[in-house]
Design a protein around this ligand. Sequence first.
Ligand code: NAD
Length: 495
Amino acid sequence: MTAELKSYQMFVAGDWCEAEAGECFASTNPATEEDWAKIPAASEADVNRAVLAAHTAFEEGPWPRTSPTERGKKLRQLADLIKPKAEALGRTETIDTGKLFRETRWQANNVAAMYEFYGGLADKVNGYVPPLAPDQNLMYVTHEPVGVVAAIVPWNTQIQLAANKVGPALAAGNSVVVKASEHASAAMLDFAAIVAELDLPPGTFNVITGLGEPCGRTLTAHPHVDRISFTGGIETARRIIPSTANNIAKLSLELGGKSPVVVFDDADLESAVNGVLAGIFGASGQSCAAGSRLILQAGIYDEMLGHLKARAVEIVVGDPLAEATQMGPLATLAQRERAERIVGLSLDQGARLVTGGGRPSALSKGWYYEPTILECDDQSLPCVQTELFAPILSVLRFNDEAEAVALANGTEFAFAGGVFTRDSARGIRMARAIRAGRIWVNTYRRSSVLTPFGGFRNSGYGREAGIDAIRDFTETKGTMIEVSGEPMADPFIMG
Ligand code: NAD
């Protein structure tokens, strides 16, 4: 590891620290393939220290005992602190992940808006009084913070994904340990530096960095962790679920997708083309909601595919920091190698290449992959069934609505789906029939912190964002009070 790498530290118990054993790893810029930052690699001991800090802050510190209105104010202050730093945060995220600077800058500003929203929710968590009979005891139901929240995030859109966990968790009065992605820890630590300016009680907010093993595993299995909010891949989720047998932590899983976009013969084709391009080539296809399966009706199949090919070859691929760039590199080398392998397998099994399918010849450095379109006659091809997290679109043909629904629901995933049609009744029928947590009709990839987000089936369980998000970080308590004024009767005398 060379001296010119920028050195980062973790944020634990209100202080900056190295990993106890001094271990670290390099972060690599996907556009240049050069290491640029040095990140601490947390060991089991480091994780234990962070969880203990969060646990102590929760058990003894002022944050859970602060009035919800005051907690809300603090989160709105955080939003104000983020705004002037949004550009710098976005730049770090771009260098770390290869995601377009235009997008990371916008998202960092959006993150400020998200903390404003969650700050606003802090004092809206009303309890209720169940309508027991007047001669029965009085019960009131309240919502209390759950305790220590472990927030585990992937590398794509990390600050924004973390906001959907940290925002409602802090608003509800919990303490939080964020585990940054090993592929993009720097932006999370830059964000921690902004939170540090807030002067939250020490241990209330912590960021640790490290690999899935041992850092992620130790965190999710820790006996003091009460709630795990995970965003990432299905294989990692399968390792986390058994961990919760140790701590009985409540778990939510935001996993991957293989989302269908169904375009009917009667659709506004220009709008549909834009929707499909946004769905699969936005963020180089590295989005849980990527519209990676295009299901086209036979009557417009050739015309639509022609338009898509013409637009795909025009996409400006290159330096993600440049304003004119439309698609950056993939975030990791492994990601590109996997995409290449699955595309190769699919071509061997009968998929037909419409465009792309390789590394852009003009770019000798960086983990770039061409915008790629594959025609697929068979729903079982690997490129149709596998989440690729890359700019690769699989195209299938259908004749009638029933066939479109069967194709749309034909993978293990059920994260999102899109429908393009001018027939509004059909749009509603399709929205009902597609099994997924988010459906877009005549649009795609739009979202807001006001709207709940999450998948069905192997795309996970639990919902993030929206007005109910804060309740998801609380426990419900019922308190029953004797109101008749009578002493409690002897339990062994019946009647
Ligand atoms: P990943 O599952 O490899 O890693 C996610 C996080 O889990 C990382 O911080 C990683 O270090 C950690 N981790 C790894 N092993 C662990 C373990 N044993 N215990 C606990 N934590 C562990 O995912 P990735 O490759 O970084 O991200 C891509 C995946 O994330 C895709 O599947 C994508 O669809 C999904 N994703 C989902 C959403 C959503 O909102 N549903 C959003 C973005 C990305």
